[in-house]
Design a protein around this ligand. Structure first.
Ligand code: PRX
Length: 641
């Protein structure tokens, strides 16, 4: 079932009484030598002079090495038998299907790279990409990478305001978008959303528009059709020699303040981490058909749809639409149709499929699968077992991969390529070679096994974020100062007696709604920007499918009265300021919010109230009566809203 051949990597050795794989021992013993060996799997135009330049908390991996991400994903395969192999099998929501070989992708990427150069886009310029899950999305990212432009992909479910905030922060020169995108049979008017956004983004010079639907759209002065833009361009564009630590991309993610953080990933270190993690975790082979269901708008898509699988030369399936459209068996149908060997998806998708019943997956032939993966949120043991029994028919190991936008690649997971260990439903098992995880208390003191604490990473690793865009200070404070001398992940976790790691969820004000990462303060700021709202507090409630759902408490400005109409208006307002994913499951209009004596909103209390949990310590509360009042108001409101 699992590759457990007695290769040097698999050899087990003893370290301080613990059994450990040789590969992990090597990584622990001499990390720089270890990562240097890993980096040799990539194509470098010039080898690095120094493996790691570590000026805490700033790391430069493979200093003075020159490399290009697009070259490593495409060009390196063109002189091999992979040249005409399918790289991406794309399936549209409406059933269309397109297969693109490595060579075909090469053509498109080069043409777009040349077209971008022609309009003056150069190394270091930022390009915002707001596209649905269509092949032009990875093609655009790779074209940017080829010429050294920094891509900033904005998830196509975000609103015009979110695009504007991100594109203004990065000062993007162009936006690549589409006339529309399909979602559950409806067309999402992406170009109209971009039209609204660019009125607020002075730096945008051109908007490149892919034709995906037959929607009528207005083309303005700055707009160019994607196909016309690249049509006459030559099919070869020299790859830019990038310094290893040059930024490859910015990806905005939610933090604990209102403003999303622009996570910057570099090139050589990031690619090394991805290449190695994919090899250890997925154990890619030439015959694999890899199906990662993430949207490229999030980090899973960046790392494990675009960069890692293409570097490995595998064939991957890219699906445009919703998992339950046109029926509740869509993923299973795709697996059967294309013979997927690995499925990498989210607990939210699995929970929904589990609810639809076993008959649906049982009516498809899923025997091509050899490995199942999950990512993005904790997986409930019963869902894990369903995945193992019903989807994998007890033949496929499950890899529960823990990582983050900031870590670049997988950090904790069973490594199906190098180890054959006992799985425990709900545990990610162990950290990857070269990744040192420690569970600590608030002061950074290591906790003994079994004790819940903060998940930290002790040493720099190649895939780690370089910094936050234009905000080194926030980078330092957010990740490296909360717990001394460690990277602080923002998750609670514990390690059990067998040294297995268990992730327990976020320790900060970040929510995971259907696997999407949202900051409570970001949503509160959006509410407060509405003229009727004086104060807002956002928390989450346990949700059977989505893991968490958003609950908002709003204090209206004086003289404004709550109503069903206002409730609807709030939904619309959030849709327009952040996007539909941030719409609250329920809004409570209350007279006051529970606050500490220093004026901080006690979201923890609200969370306990909505989840009907014991409220715990309230000694720091400014006014204990406010809780009673809120519960009363919630009950009253329940009758109406
Ligand atoms: O809380 C953890 C959760 O997702 C957070 C990172 O979110 P994001 O940056 O959007 O990246 C998601 C995809 C890599 C983490 O801090 N998380 C991620 N994977 C897992 C998880 N929680 C439990 N188990 C996981 N396997």
């Amino acid at each position: 079932m699992i590759n457990d051949s007695p290769s040097p990597e698999n050899k087990v050795i003893s370290l301080e009484g613990k059994k450990i794989k040789k590969i992990k021992y090597d990584a622990l013993n001499n990390p720089e030598q270890f990562w240097s060996e890993c980096a040799k799997n990539l194509v470098w135009f010039k080898q690095w002079d120094k493996v790691l330049e570590w000026n805490p908390p700033f790391a430069k991996w493979f200093q003075d090495g020159k490399i290009n991400a697009a070259y490593n994903c495409i060009d390196k395969h063109l002189k091999t038998e992979l040249k005409n192999k399918a790289a991406i099998i794309w399936e549209g929501e409406n059933g269309e299907s397109i297969t693109l070989t490595y060579n075909q992708i090469f053509y498109k990427v080069n043409q777009l790279a040349n077209a971008l150069k022609k309009i003056g886009i150069k190394k270091g310029d930022r390009v915002t990409i707001y596209l649905p899950m269509i092949p032009e999305l990875p093609i655009s990212m790779l074209a940017c990478a080829r010429i050294g432009a920094i891509h900033s992909v904005v998830f196509s479910g975000f609103s015009s305001q979110s695009i504007a905030d991100r594109a203004n922060d990065s000062k993007s020169r162009i936006i690549i978008t589409a006339d529309g995108g399909f979602r559950r049979g409806k067309v999402i008017p992406l170009k109209n959303i971009v039209d609204e956004a660019i009125e607020k983004i002075p730096s945008i010079e051109k908007v490149i528009v892919v034709k995906r639907t037959n929607r009528e759209i207005t083309m303005g002065e700055k707009d160019l059709w994607f196909d016309d833009f690249i049509e006459k361009e030559s099919i070869y564009c020299e790859s830019e020699w990038m310094e290893s630590s040059d930024p490859l991309y910015i990806l905005y993610t939610s933090g604990t303040t209102g403003k999303p953080k622009g996570v910057i990933h570099g090139t050589g270190g990031y690619l090394t981490h991805l290449y190695s993690s994919a090899k250890w975790v997925f154990n890619f082979t030439p015959t694999d058909i890899f199906f990662c269901t993430a949207d490229i708008g999030w980090v899973t898509g960046h790392s494990y749809i675009v960069y890692a699988p293409l570097m490995h030369g595998v064939t991957e399936i890219m699906y445009e639409g919703a998992p339950d459209f046109p029926d509740q068996g869509r993923y299973w149908k795709i697996i059967e149709k294309y013979g997927a060997t690995i499925l990498y998806t989210t607990p939210t998708a699995l929970r929904a499929y589990m609810r639809y019943g076993d008959n649906i997956p049982n009516s498809y032939n899923l025997s091509s699968l050899r490995l199942l993966g999950t990512v993005g949120e904790p997986i409930n043991p019963e869902v894990w077992l369903w995945y193992f029994n019903i989807i994998g028919k007890q033949n496929c190991p499950i890899i529960d991969t823990w990582w983050q936008t900031e870590t670049g690649g997988i950090m904790i997971s069973m490594c199906s390529g190098i180890e054959n260990i006992k799985m425990k439903p709900g545990s990610g098992t162990f950290s990857l070679p070269g990744i040192e995880v420690e569970i600590v208390d608030q002061n950074g003191e290591k906790l003994e096994n079994g004790k819940k604490g903060y998940l930290t990473i002790k040493k720099p690793w190649p895939g780690m974020l370089i910094s936050l865009w234009n905000d080194d200070d926030r980078y330092k404070k957010t990740y490296w100062e909360k717990i001394p001398n460690s990277y602080s992940a923002g998750d609670f976790a514990f390690i059990d007696k067998d040294n297995y790691i268990w992730i327990l969820g976020r320790s900060d004000d970040i929510l995971k709604v259907a696997g999407h990462r949202l900051g409570t303060i970001e949503i509160e700021s959006a509410y407060i920007s509405h003229k009727a709202v004086g104060e807002a507090a956002v928390t989450s409630k346990h949700d059977e499918i989505k893991g968490e759902s958003i609950i908002a408490f709003l204090v209206l400005k004086s003289g404004i009265v709550s109503s069903e109409q206002l409730n609807k208006e709030m939904k619309e307002h959030i849709r327009n300021t952040i996007g539909p994913i941030a719409i609250a499951e329920k809004i409570y209009f209350v007279n006051k919010l529970p606050k500490t004596r220093s004026g901080k909103i006690m979201r923890r209390l609200l969370r306990s109230i909505v989840n009907k949990e014991t409220i715990g310590d309230i000694t720091t509360l400014e006014d204990e009566a406010s809780i009673e009042e809120i519960i009363y108001e919630m009950n009253e409101l329940n009758k109406y809203l």
